[in-house]
Structures are given as structure tokens and as C-alpha cells.
Design a protein around this ligand. Structure first.
Ligand code: C2O
Length: 353
């Protein structure tokens, strides 16, 4: 059977996957219980498609709008489902033992390390983006993506740091030696390689080629392995973690987080990652990788053809503060979700590692 999640009334404080001693964020990650009824998802009827821009090329006007939206989110009371803190806690609840599986209360829910990774995060960003748009009254608002697979976009976009604490996109828990103009290491494993610029670019493009093409020839190697109702979460070291999830995705998390803190906060741990605005901009590019992988048009590049993948579901508060149940099968086509990605070159297409 498919994983069905969650029954939010069964949520408990998160205790898994992080060291509580010295933690800089709370483990009380349950969603507000504003609403008891869970509605079925309906596709948006927006007239315009939201186009997510590449962060490093975004205009000053757009950046100002993006920051204004984040500021509005930060200004809400914590227990508002649209607040910055509520949005951050979603990740902690779904990834650190806050939720159990519906009808399998003894089984922890973990949406990483399996085929739930891509669809869960697609839905998470979908609602986050619509909430931001609603807060600034712009139904065309789209979040930016961090274009780390392209040499022109490989360092942390400037707008996350400029202005310091006054900047709503700033976060105090980042690795200060990895800020721009440092080039992100898409192969980062926690050790500093100090490659030359040229070498780092070729390492990065090689990693992308491997994770998107060479080692990603079928759905299992790209999305990750099966995870069905009643089974235990798949361990981190398991071979069936998808190529992008295990590779550039995790590398960027660890690279951005502050490695001197006990849990690598914020980006370096599931429980805290959502507190850094970089998280959503990073994940927009991860989500873009799903689209690009399909668009490569290579045989075998298809979503898992399995009912337990198609019918797996999650619950989110939507932009109207209503609880909505969403299914993997409804997030496969971006045109139905009314968003897309601004074009950027894909220089890793022919870079053999
Ligand atoms: Cu839910 Cu990037 O992790």
C-alpha cells in the first residue's frame, strides 16, 4: 500500500536524527491544529504560469519583491500556518520522527532516502510559493532557484547575505567560509578540498553528469527505492537513495550549514534546514532537476510506474489555510500546477567525469 501521511493529530515532538544538546532550533515541530477537516486537492485555475527565475540573474525589482514576501512571512505569529516558523517546521515534522504512518502508528515516517523525496519536496515548495504570493498579493509570484549546476550560478546568491540581520533572507547559521564568491562543491563530504576554480567547476559538472545521466538511467536510480506503508524508513546509507538526493542535494545542505554547530544548523540537518531561506531556493533547483531529467528525453527517464508511488500522499496547509491532501500522481505535470522554470543552459550534459 502507499504511504499515507499524516494524521496531524498524532504528531509528537521530533526526536530523531539530531543531537538535542546544543540544538539551536526547537524540536516542537507539529503543525497548528487550526483545521480538522482535510480537503482533497484541486488543481489551481491561475491564469498565468509562475516562472521561477534563476537566482543569480534575477532583477533588483524581483529580489525586492521576494524579500518583501519573506518579511511578511516572518512577521506572522508563529502559530499561523503561513508563518516562517510553521513553514520551517514542516520539514522537521516529516523528517525527524514527528509523524507516524497512517494506520501504522508504530512506524516512523521519513520522506527522505526513498522515492518520496522528489514528490514530497515538490508539494512543499508548491504551497510555500503560493503562500508567499498570497502574502504580497501577487498571484504570479514564483520563488527563485539556485542555479548551482551552472558555472554562472555556483556560488551562494548575493541576496541571501547582503545587509545582514536586517535582510529577511539572511540566516545567522551558515558556514561563513562558504559564502560568495566561494564556489559550492557539489561533491562536498564535509572536508575542504581547496580546489582551483577550474578544477571545482569540472568536479561539479562531472558530478551533475553522473547524477543526471550516467548513474540515473532508470526511475529507481534517480528517484530512489520503494517505500511502502508499514515498512521502516530506509537508512541513509542504503543504496536506493536517488542519485541527486544522495549527491548534489546533500552536498549543498552540508556545504551551506555551519559545520561548527552540533547539528550543522541550519541547512546541515533535516530538523533545522527549513529555517534558512536558502533551503527553498536550493530545493527549487533540486525540483528543476526532476524536470530536466524528464526533458532529456532518454529512454527509462520516467516516474515510478507503481501505484504505491502514484498514490502516496501528504497533508499541507494551502494558501487559504485549509488542510489539503495531495498525491504524488498529481505533481508529475508542472503545467497542471501552473509553474515552470526559467531556461538556463545545462553545461553538464556532455561533461564526462
Ligand atoms: Cu528534505 Cu533537502 O531535504
Amino acid at each position: 500500500d502507499p504511504i499515507t501521511t499524516p494524521d496531524i493529530s498524532t504528531c509528537v515532538a521530533s526526536t530523531k536524527g539530531f543531537e538535542p544538546k546544543g540544538a539551536v532550533r526547537t524540536n516542537a515541530c507539529c503543525p497548528p491544529t487550526l483545521s480538522k477537516t482535510v480537503k482533497d486537492f484541486v488543481f489551481p485555475n491561475d491564469r498565468a504560469t509562475r516562472i521561477r527565475p534563476a537566482a543569480h540573474r534575477a532583477s533588483p525589482e524581483y529580489i525586492a519583491k521576494y524579500k518583501a514576501a519573506i518579511q511578511k512571512m516572518r512577521d506572522l505569529e508563529d502559530d499561523d500556518p503561513h508563518s516562517f516558523v510553521s513553514q520551517a517546521k514542516i520539514h522537521c515534522a516529516y523528517c525527524n520522527g514527528g509523524f507516524t504512518q497512517y494506520k501504522h502508528q508504530d512506524k516512523e515516517l521519513q520522506i527522505h532516502n526513498s522515492w518520496l523525496f522528489f514528490p514530497f519536496h515538490r508539494w512543499y515548495l508548491y504551497f510555500y510559493e503560493r503562500i508567499l504570493g498570497k502574502l504580497i498579493d501577487d498571484p504570479t509570484f514564483a520563488i527563485p532557484y539556485w542555479n548551482w549546476d551552472n558555472p554562472a550560478g555556483m556560488s551562494l546568491p548575493d541576496f541571501f547575505e547582503e545587509g545582514g540581520k536586517e535582510n529577511p533572507a539572511f540566516d545567522a547559521y551558515r558556514n561563513s567560509s562558504h559564502l560568495a564568491p566561494a564556489i559550492a562543491n557539489l561533491d562536498y563530504d564535509g572536508t575542504e578540498k581547496n580546489y582551483t576554480c577550474i578544477k571545482q567547476l569540472s568536479v561539479n559538472l562531472g558530478a551533475m553528469n553522473k547524477q543526471m545521466i550516467r548513474n540515473a538511467g532508470d526511475w529507481k536510480s534517480f528517484f530512489g527505492g520503494e517505500y511502502r506503508a508499514g515498512s521502516d524508513p530506509i537508512g541513509n546509507k542504503d543504496k536506493s537513495v536517488g542519485s541527486v538526493e544522495a549527491g548534489c542535494h546533500t552536498a549543498i545542505h552540508r556545504w551551506v550549514g555551519n559545520s561548527r554547530l552540533p547539528n550543522g544548523e541550519d541547512m546541515g540537518n533535516f530538523y533545522s534546514a527549513g529555517y534558512d531561506p536558502v533551503f527553498y531556493v536550493h530545493h527549487a533547483n533540486v525540483d528543476r532537476m526532476w524536470k530536466l531529467w524528464k526533458d532529456l528525453g532518454i529512454r527509462g527517464h520516467i516516474e515510478p510506474p507503481d501505484n504505491d508511488w502514484l498514490n502516496a500522499s501528504y497533508v499541507f496547509y494551502d494558501e487559504n489555510k485549509e488542510l489539503v491532501r495531495v498525491y504524488n500522481k498529481d505533481c508529475v505535470r508542472l503545467e497542471k500546477l501552473k509553474y515552470d522554470y526559467q531556461f538556463a543552459p545545462i553545461p553538464w550534459k556532455n561533461s564526462r567525469p
